[in-house]
Ligand binder design. Structure first.
Ligand SMILES: [Zn+2]
Ligand SMILES: [Zn+2]
Length: 173
């Protein structure tokens, strides 16, 4: 993840808005976590930071753009649009220290906000759990591996609809 700790102590209580469009912010993240993505439309974030009582900040923003993501059925990359808004309160860890990755820290008496983590999280939350190029994607043939969206392969499918295979082993409790 890109190191983007920002000093926020000098921001007025009304807040200040920042824009981010360095693609490395997100590309480093998906490389680091080995997520098989490729660039789509450039990502851009607009983030308003509003400091709160010397201990944190309200962080609101939006993230737009797109990425190329492999379909969970046919494995073909498709363009997935990102249009996410976020609204979080980031603050110093409390006395119990139960937050092991705080996004706010104090350096030389100045509050800093981990904008890299905020921007990465907004992106990660926007990604689909089960990416599908289309609801009607037919996936690949389990026998020959042909992408069935491009036509039938002629294999005899003896075990029913492979897309439903996952349901056959479910036990109804
Ligand atoms: Zn597909
Ligand atoms: Zn086949």
């Amino acid at each position: 993840m890109l190191d983007l700790w920002m000093p926020i102590s000098d921001i007025s209580p009304q807040g200040k808005t920042f824009t981010f469009d360095d693609q490395e912010i997100w590309r480093q993240g998906w490389a680091e976590f080995a997520i098989p993505l490729a660039p789509g439309r450039d990502l851009a974030a607009e983030v308003t930071v509003q400091p709160q009582a010397d201990e944190g900040a309200l962080v609101r923003g939006s993230l737009t753009g797109s990425v190329m993501i492999p379909c969970g059925r046919c494995a073909e990359p498709f363009e997935f649009a990102i249009d996410e808004t976020f609204d979080v309160y980031e603050h110093l860890p409390d006395a119990e220290g139960d937050d092991d990755e705080p996004r706010v820290r104090v350096v030389s008496g100045q509050l800093q906000l981990d904008m890299g983590a905020v921007l990465w999280e907004a992106f990660a939350l926007a990604l689909p759990v089960r990416p599908l190029c289309s609801e009607s994607c037919r996936g690949v043939c389990p026998k020959c591996g042909k992408d069935l969206n491009k036509g039938d392969c002629g294999c005899v499918q003896d075990d029913g609809d492979e897309r439903l295979a996952v349901f056959r082993n479910l036990k109804i409790k």
